[in-house]
Ligand binder design. Structure first.
Ligand SMILES: O=C(O)[C@H](O)[C@@H](O)[C@H](O)[C@H](O)COP(=O)(O)O
Length: 240
C-alpha cells in the first residue's frame, strides 16, 4: 500500500462506523462545491451509511454537493438482493436528498458484464471531463474500500486478469461467482484524493496483518494513491 496508511483503530464495530461516518461527513463539509464519493459494497459499510442517513449527520450534510459512484458491483438487477446499489439505497440513498442525476450506478441492464464495464468506464471519463486521468487531479475525492478474507478489495480478486489492467478504468470480472461482477481497476481506484478501507471483525485480523505487511500476493496490498490512505479498523480486526 502506498502511501503508508494512517490507521484509525476503534474499540468496536459501532465505534468504527461512527468514526468513518464522521470522517466522511467532514470531507463533504470541507468540499468547496462538489464531492465525488466512490463507495464499496459488502456488509461493513452498511452501518456507516445508516449513520450518514440519520440525525445528526443527515441534516448536517449538504447532500446537493455529493456525487455517488460504486467501486464494484454485481451484474444483477439494481433491486437484486446482492446488488451493492440496492444495499446503498436501502441504508443511505433512499433517506437523503442526493440529486438523482448525481447517483451513478453501474449499468447492470447492459447486454453483458463486459458491456456494462465499458459503459461505466465511459461514465467515469465523462464525469472527469477528460479521456485520461491526471495524477494531479483525482477522479474521486473519497473512495471507500473493504477487505475480503482472501485479500480482495472492490472486486479485484487474487490471480484475476483485472489486477493487471492499466488502460481501462472498469473491468468485468471473468468467472466471478455466484454473480458476474464489474470492478474498477487500480488506475481508477488510485485516482482518489483519499482512500479509506473499512475493516471490521476478528475474521479480518490475519488478512489485515498481511496487507499491512505489504504481502504482494494480496490485491488490497497493491492499492496506491497519490493522495491519502487510511484504514478504519476495529480492535477485533487490528488486534493488540
Ligand atoms: O462488492 C463487494 O462485496 C465489496 O466491494 C467487497 O470488496 C467487500 O468490500 C469485501 O468483500 C469486504 O466485505 P465485508 O464488508 O462484507 O466484509
Amino acid at each position: 500500500m502506498k502511501p503508508a496508511p494512517e490507521i484509525d483503530v476503534a474499540a468496536s464495530a459501532e465505534e468504527l462506523a461512527a468514526r468513518a461516518a464522521a470522517w466522511i461527513a467532514a470531507k463533504i463539509a470541507a468540499a468547496p462545491k462538489r464531492i465525488a464519493l466512490n463507495l464499496s459494497g459488502g456488509s461493513t459499510p452498511k452501518e456507516v451509511f445508516r449513520l450518514l442517513a440519520a440525525e445528526p449527520l443527515r441534516s448536517a450534510i449538504d447532500w446537493s454537493k455529493v456525487e455517488i459512484f460504486w467501486g464494484d458491483e454485481r451484474f444483477v438487477p439494481l433491486d437484486h438482493a446482492m446488488s451493492n446499489f440496492r444495499m446503498t439505497s436501502e441504508t443511505l440513498l433512499s433517506h437523503v436528498p442526493v440529486p438523482p442525476g448525481q447517483i451513478h450506478p453501474v449499468p447492470v441492464d447492459a447486454a453483458s458484464p463486459e458491456k456494462a464495464a465499458a459503459l461505466y468506464d465511459g461514465t467515469l471519463r465523462e464525469f472527469y471531463g477528460a479521456p485520461t486521468l491526471d495524477l494531479a487531479r483525482p477522479l474521486f475525492d473519497v473512495t471507500l474500500l473493504g477487505l475480503g478474507a482472501d485479500g480482495h478489495t472492490a472486486s479485484l480478486f487474487p490471480g484475476t486478469p483485472a489486477l493487471e489492467i492499466r488502460d481501462a478504468l472498469v473491468s468485468a470480472v471473468v468467472g466471478a461467482t455466484p454473480e458476474p461482477r464489474i470492478t474498477m481497476t487500480y488506475p481508477a481506484l488510485a485516482s482518489s484524493a483519499e482512500i479509506a478501507f473499512l475493516v471490521s471483525g476478528e475474521a479480518k485480523r490475519e488478512i489485515l496483518r498481511r496487507v499491512l505487511a505489504n504481502d504482494a500476493a494480496l490485491p488490497a496490498s497493491r492499492i496506491e494513491t497519490a493522495g491519502a490512505l487510511r484504514i478504519f479498523a476495529d480492535r477485533a480486526a487490528f488486534g493488540g
